[in-house]
Design a protein around this ligand. Structure first.
Ligand code: FUB
Length: 314
């Protein structure tokens, strides 16, 4: 009997390992280089809106946005270009970096940084685009009243609370936040500065779990260590936040940038690294990155365990 029980335990463990490997064929996107994945669930599908690192790139010269979809976390499909800011706006000129996308009242809003100083918004009737610029100008810029930013004004992340209020977190070194109006393409004119973060650098991400607000971000590489993804918690989306610790150790691409989302009852962290370009023997540039995903687990007290990366299988 004891032998049967031990054999059953071994079999179940093997099945779990096999499932973990097949669920995470990291990097999950291989047809193009991608980074800064913003993952959202719309209906029964998970959508990923990443930056599009260019083949052979030596700088952050990204020009357009693709969207990727999955329904099973095993197959990730490139659904093509959904927005090209330099072709589809009159004001964006360079550096189409980390975007985010949310749904409200059946419309989809893509928030994106350009020129290292503007945040634009584009709208579509479908999460697959095409998106269009409804404003003809940025939604928010580094010189908008109330913005504090001594570096690049980038990395918008939009979180919609259960009461319908939408918040956009954005910036480098100082995290700014605006409350978006119901139309999602304007705000109340006030810029809030988020307090309680430790070494905030970039890549803000806000999510809610069991009534608590979680702000995660990339911490500063200016203080002598490679950036980690860390997080803080609060009872209020505008803070103040309480720093909690590291959830992703440094990756091999220099930058890191992530998103956290629940899909079909399981929590995940999407992030990027340079495993794919390294495995191809390319020179290290830091700008040929690839999106990965791994499971994210909470402790009973709501704190988050460190994510264990699954590495490239190429
Ligand atoms: O992808 C360009 C920039 O690199 C992003 O805006 C940052 O978050 C970092 O990942």
């Amino acid at each position: 009997m004891k032998k049967i029980i031990l054999a059953s335990v071994a079999l179940i463990s093997a099945m779990i390992c096999a499932d973990a490997q097949s669920v995470f064929p990291n990097p999950i996107i291989r047809n193009i280089y991608t980074a800064d994945p913003s993952a959202h669930v719309f209906g029964d599908t998970l959508y990923i809106y990443p930056s599009h690192d260019e083949d052979n790139a030596f700088s952050f010269s990204m020009k357009d946005y693709h969207v990727f979809t999955t329904t099973d976390m095993k197959t990730f499909s490139d659904r093509g270009v959904v927005f090209s800011p330099f072709e589809q706006t009159t004001w964006a000129k360079k550096a189409a970096w980390a975007p985010d996308c949310v749904e409200r009242n059946g419309k989809y809003y893509l928030y994106y940084p350009t020129d290292q100083k503007h945040i634009g918004v584009a709208v579509s009737d479908s999460p697959l685009g095409p998106f269009k610029d409804p404003l003809g100008h940025p939604l928010l810029s580094i010189d908008s009243p109330g913005v504090i930013c001594d570096r690049d004004f980038i990395d918008p992340c939009v979180f919609i609370d259960d009461d319908g209020q939408a918040y956009m977190f954005v910036g480098q070194n100082t995290m700014c936040c605006i409350k978006l109006n119901e139309d999602m393409i304007s705000y109340d004119g006030q810029v809030h500065i988020i307090e309680g973060l430790v070494e905030f650098f970039e890549a803000a991400w806000c999510h809610k779990y069991n009534g608590k607000y979680y702000l995660s971000y990339s911490n500063s590489s200016l203080t002598g260590h490679q950036p980690e993804i860390v997080y803080a918690m609060s009872d209020n989306p505008l803070g103040p936040y309480e720093y909690k610790g590291v959830i992703l150790d440094p990756v091999n691409s220099g930058t890191n940038h992530h998103s956290i989302v629940e899909f079909k009852g399981q929590w995940y962290m999407f992030y990027h690294n340079a495993d794919l370009s390294i495995s191809r023997g390319e020179p290290f540039t830091g700008v040929r990155r690839s999106v990965c995903v791994d499971r994210l687990t909470y402790n009973p007290d709501g704190t988050i365990q460190k994510v264990i990366p699954t590495h490239a299988q190429e």
